[in-house]
Each structure stands twice: as C-alpha cells, then as structure tokens.
Design a protein around this ligand. Structure first.
Ligand code: ZN
Ligand code: ZN
Length: 225
C-alpha cells in the first residue's frame, strides 16, 4: 500500500510538472481535477483485498512448492516475453469480469460504481479507487492464478518476470487513469514499449470508459468495445 501511495504521488507530481511546462495537457482541460491525494478508498481496498493472494500463497503446501520451483533469471528477453503474454492474458481476464460488473446492474450499483465516481476529473489517484471485491476479482485473483499456473502447470516461475508483470500492470493502469493526452515518448516509457502494438489502449482509451461506460471495457488493448 505504501509503495502504491508513493508511486501514485510521484507519477502525479511528474505529470503535473510536465503540464506546467506545457509538455502535456489534460484530456479535458475544462474539467478540473478534484482529487489530489492518495485516497482513503484505495488504502481500504489494499488492506481488505491483498490478503486474498497471501491466503493462497502462504498455504504451506503452495508456499513450499513455489519456493522449490522459483527460478530467478534476470533474462531481459524472457521477462519481456512473459510480460507480454501476461498482459494479453490479464486483458482477457479483466475484460470478462469488468463486462459483468457493467452488465449485471446490482453488481454495478453495489461494487463497480465506486470506481466510476471518477469521471472527467480523473487522475492517477483514481487508479485503485475501487471496491475491495473488484480488486480481488480483477487484479489479485489474476496474480494468484499466475503463481499457481507457474507452480502447478508450467513447473517453474521466474520471480523477476512476475514482479515485472505487476509493475507493468500498475504502470499501464496508471496511464489509463492519468487524464492526460500523452505524447508517444511518454506512452513508450509508461507502457515499456507495448504502446507500439496495434490496438493497444492509450491514456484516452480508459478515460473515455469513465465518461461513457459502454466503451472500452478492456484495460491494455482496445480490441473490444
Ligand atoms: Zn478506471
Ligand atoms: Zn467500468
């Protein structure tokens, strides 16, 4: 949680600094930002939902298998490939669950509406501003599944690649919530180059979803409405 608060604060300050120098501009400059600090809802969400992964990972049988099968290799090509496959898999996971949070009206009213309090005033502090149930369903369950896949299906897992995937997910998620029109060089930094892929989501893609929830229900790509 402290890492998330620090990263969001640093990212927000950097983007604000670039805006003040005329390098970037808000997607909707006429709509002022209304949230300028790490949110209580984000803290609550981390505290009440991250235990889900720990509960699975800390099970003695799972933990001993994970430790035995961990193969830390700082191989840039392997890490890049794993991140790309992970991003595509997470996008499908995210899209399927996110769509249900919109299609099933009571789920939207009780769960997903928390995240959609952020509209045109969106900034990076809205990234993890969500209901804890949503965080478990769309993010932490994927992290747990990825670890279990490595331990029980593949037979090994690379802690470097796993950490890189989490960092990339957080970075691209912040990009989708920053509220800025991003030049290519900035998108390249934030997406680690994935922004060059045809059909990839840009800062505007998820911003549009916050303005019109019928649009862009995936996270990293714009392959589905
Ligand atoms: Zn969002
Ligand atoms: Zn939504």
């Amino acid at each position: 949680m402290m890492v998330s608060a620090t990263v969001e604060t640093l990212t927000h300050r950097t983007l604000k600094w670039l805006e003040q120098r005329g390098v970037i501009e808000r997607l909707s400059p006429q709509i002022p930002e209304t949230q300028h600090s790490f949110q209580a809802q984000t803290a609550l969400t981390f505290l009440t939902s991250s235990w889900f992964v720990l509960l699975i990972v800390m099970h003695p049988a799972v933990l001993s298998r994970l430790l035995a099968l961990a193969k830390p290799r700082f191989d840039v090509l392997e890490i890049a490939y794993s991140c790309y496959v992970g991003v595509v898999a997470h996008d499908l996971w995210f899209f399927l669950i996110h769509s249900q949070l919109h299609r099933i009206k009571w789920l939207y009213r009780w769960v997903h509406i928390t995240h959609h309090r952020n509209m045109g005033d969106l900034n990076v502090f809205g990234t993890a501003d969500m209901d804890p149930f949503e965080a478990v369903a769309m993010v932490f369950s994927f992290y747990a599944a990825t670890l279990l896949w490595g331990a029980y299906v593949v037979g090994s897992w690379n802690p470097w690649a796993y950490t890189a995937l989490i960092l990339l997910e957080a970075n691209m998620n912040m990009m989708g919530h920053c509220g800025y029109r991003q030049p290519l060089w900035l998108a390249m930094i934030q997406s680690w180059g994935i922004c060059l892929t045809p059909g990839v989501a840009h800062a505007k893609t998820h911003y549009i979803h916050h303005l019109d929830p019928r649009m862009n229900r995936a996270l990293y790509f714009s392959w589905c409405p």
